[in-house]
Design a binder for this molecule. Sequence first.
Ligand SMILES: [Zn+2]
Length: 296
Amino acid sequence: MQRPASLALFLSLSLGAVSLPSHAAPNAGPAAAKQPVQVQQIRNATARIDYAGKTFLLDPFLARKGAYPGFPGTFNSQLRNPLVELPMPAGDIMKGVDAVIVSHTHLDHWDGGNHQFIPKAIPLFVQDEADARLIRSQGYTNVRILGDDTLFEGVQLSKTGGQHGTDDMYANKQLAAGLGKAMGIVFQAPGAKTVYVVGDSIWRSEVDQALARFKPDVILLNAGDARMVGFTGSIIMGKDDVLHAAQRMPNATIVATHMDAINHMTLSREELKEHVRQHGIQDRVRIPSDGDILKF
Ligand SMILES: [Zn+2]
């Protein structure tokens, strides 16, 4: 009787002493200290993500304005890509980057084979062996395939699924091969908000599964509503998906991106801003301009 009582007293005193300086939750040790998260919109789907002390460059597409022809067979293919310049020099975008993540190797997410901005030995994560082969053939020496549960210097990275177009589009073999596969990525670390990069996908059950499993605090949605000529439906998300995400995850902040930079987008930031205002979710949806920094 005596011993458990004194042990209990000792534990309660120790816990009391420990919790006094920080008012932290009882199980929050130094590893669970608050870790800031920052997302800088660069252009299109390119973003710098500062996460738990590491800096990731997502989907680098670093060419000058108009460097490439429009994507054939898509909306507004007469326009050259990218439609706008980078908001800062490419060299500055690379400063301090610890790792690159390429969600898929469509040109508007990866043109790293065409220039020298990215160090060839930088850790670079891809979705599968095919993308790894392509990027290794461009001279990159540290290409890794992202898994369900990949640890990079204290940051937990998880690959998520999706589909880069409608089932009708994927029923067309040639188009299916062109659309290919694209992954999403979830970032997690103790004390850091969970960030879910949905990637180039329409709304699919894989997206529902990722939301249910990871309960993200921040959701990056590629929301430019890109269209193919001759097909109904979109190959990425659009304004109704932004609304859907806000409704499905009432505590999350939505960051809408992948607009105003590539020929086949049919939704502009201005139209999306109007849409979120109409639905009263403007406080939940961030629509950064190129160069803007968001802190979470
Ligand atoms: Zn894209």
